[in-house]
Design a protein around this ligand. Sequence first.
Ligand code: SF4
Length: 341
Amino acid sequence: MQFWVPDRVYFEPSAKETIVGKRILAFCEDKNIPILHTTSHNQVRGLPGKDEKAKYAAAKKTLIVGTKKSLQLEVCKPSAHYQFSLMTNCPGNCEYCYLFTTQGKKPYVRVYVNMEDLFHTIDKYIEKRLPHATMFEAASTGDPLAVEHITGTLKDTIEHFGTLNRGRLRVVTKFSNVDSLLDAKHNGHTRFRFSINSQHVIKNFEHNVDDLEERLQAAAKIAKAGYPLGFIIAPIILHENWEKGYREMLERLHDYLSFKKKSVITFELIQHRFTMNAKKIIEERFPNTNLEMNPHKRVKKWGKYGRVKYVYKKEEVIEAKEYIEELIKKHFPYSHIQYFT
Ligand code: SF4
């Protein structure tokens, strides 16, 4: 298991006075991490590094602590009604990461401390949809588990949702440091999903995140703590021997979670996709990548704002979907496959 420790932490002045800010200060003091100041979490100057590559690496080891000003929540389909951010960017370094196109050249990790404002906003959005329940996704702009040992804000959020009759939370992670969340008063209102993949994908394309065994051990702990549980298999990559890779992954999952095989575990399946912009950035960042991104081997799919994504061909998608769904049903007959996209 890895606990990310930043090399430097920048604070916006007002962030230091908050409960979460004080927690982060205590973490920095304990670990002897230099504390710096910035007027805005959107503008951090003076990061070390003589070239782009060094600056990028320094940014990945930099934490910015600030307040989130815009509390307008975005719609989050297909997994929830809305999404919100406890943090932006991620200490992980997965080659296919969707964040590459949004984080720019300085992928420093930002965390937000104004939890009261966030909870107030969440409550307002829930109110608007009453009497229906409203589902929120907390991991669309980064992996909050990656910094939970520093901020504790995911636990605060889980406990807030624990008190809400019509609010539900979903989290997804590739990290396994769940111990601090096991005694949270979640009230069954947070569905905890682990993002998993074949060993081939994890070994070749995921860096600075926890390995499959660690994620599965964490999933078993979360299940024992009574949280609703789910898995996101993403991105599904049709690499050589992908059938064997995904079969073995689901067998391992079954080994760890056979005690839950009669409960409703959710599965979300997402095939690998890329935009030409993402391909360019990924190839710059990982010049030796083995990630297959040949547009001639794929078909176009139009996404939000007319953006073109490249996905697998229809017959490949059908084959992968049928194969993986059958394995899931075999190992977890009571599971609910929410979507394959
Ligand atoms: Fe991106 Fe998730 Fe990997 Fe972090 S863990 S780099 S958010 S894919």
